[in-house]
Design a protein around this ligand. Structure first.
Ligand SMILES: Nc1ncnc2c1ncn2[C@@H]1O[C@H](COP(=O)(O)OP(=O)(O)OP(=O)(O)O)[C@@H](O)[C@H]1O
Ligand SMILES: [Mg+2]
Length: 225
């Protein structure tokens, strides 16, 4: 994968997608082979890596603002700077007015935005995302795709995005890695030929999108057969 590239990984359940993210993030050591980052083997969590987990992992006992500020607290960012960055993140997440709310009072989509912004607020160069929107309804999901693309257009992080949802992969990614069923191997690396910036709604009505979907669905479908 290249610097500043948005890569999606799709493949059947259990093929090893989360395992790959965990290895890139230094949470799991490979049993064979090596994971290299900028030419150096990964040992421990590399600095500059942000991880958005599959389950919404906000802390129920912390308010929205204190959830988003968590990573900044860990990094010892001074309070004034922390407050400034949290305020900006709350605005980006469209959560103004909910700063002091606890997660239990939010919708699933709002909680997922808190988890996303908590990771983005520390400004990671590499963003690992494991089915971050998997549990959301289509509308909320598409809204978050638009937000994520906006944020990515501004910052161009290197993103590895795991998903079961082919539409999501095509909407977001520069390249899509299709894996076989377990034991997982890389089956296909597909460059998405859709221009940016992308309009998440209009995109889905385009012929080009339909073609991408058809090709990939065929390849992925073989793994479910
Ligand atoms: N290539 C592999 N060789 C050996 N074991 C593997 C391999 N890939 C995955 N596993 C094991 O299979 C199990 C499932 O892997 P993982 O959680 O990465 O799957 P996944 O693709 O993320 O599935 P899901 O889509 O359900 O989240 C884990 O216990 C993992 O250790
Ligand atoms: Mg997984």
């Amino acid at each position: 994968m290249f610097d500043q590239e948005f890569v999606a990984i799709v493949g059947p359940s259990g093929c090893g997608k989360s395992t790959i993210l965990n290895m890139i993030g230094g949470l799991v050591a490979p049993s064979a082979g090596a994971i290299e980052l900028d030419g150096r083997p990964v040992a421990g969590t590399p600095p500059g890596v942000g991880y958005v987990f599959q389950k919404d992992t906000v802390f129920p006992w912390r308010t929205v603002a204190r959830n988003i500020g968590l990573g900044l607290e860990y990094r010892g960012v001074a309070e004034a700077e922390r407050e400034r960055r949290v305020r900006e993140a709350v605005r980006l997440a469209g959560l103004e007015g909910f700063e002091e709310a606890f997660p239990a009072t939010l919708s699933g989509g709002m909680r997922q935005r808190v988890a996303l912004l908590r990771t983005l607020v520390v400004d990671p160069e590499i963003l690992l995302m494991d089915e971050p929107f998997g549990a959301l309804d289509t509308h909320t999901k598409i809204g978050l795709h638009a937000e994520l693309l906006n944020l990515w257009e501004a910052r161009h992080q290197t993103v590895v995005f795991v998903t079961h949802d082919l539409s999501e992969a095509i909407t977001l990614a520069d390249r899509i890695v299709v894996m076989t069923r377990r034991p997982g191997r890389v089956k296909l690396v597909h460059a998405v030929g859709l221009p940016r910036p992308r309009d998440v709604i209009k995109l889905r009505e385009s012929e080009a999108y339909g073609r991408e979907y058809g090709q990939l669905w065929h390849v992925l479908g073989e793994e479910f057969a």
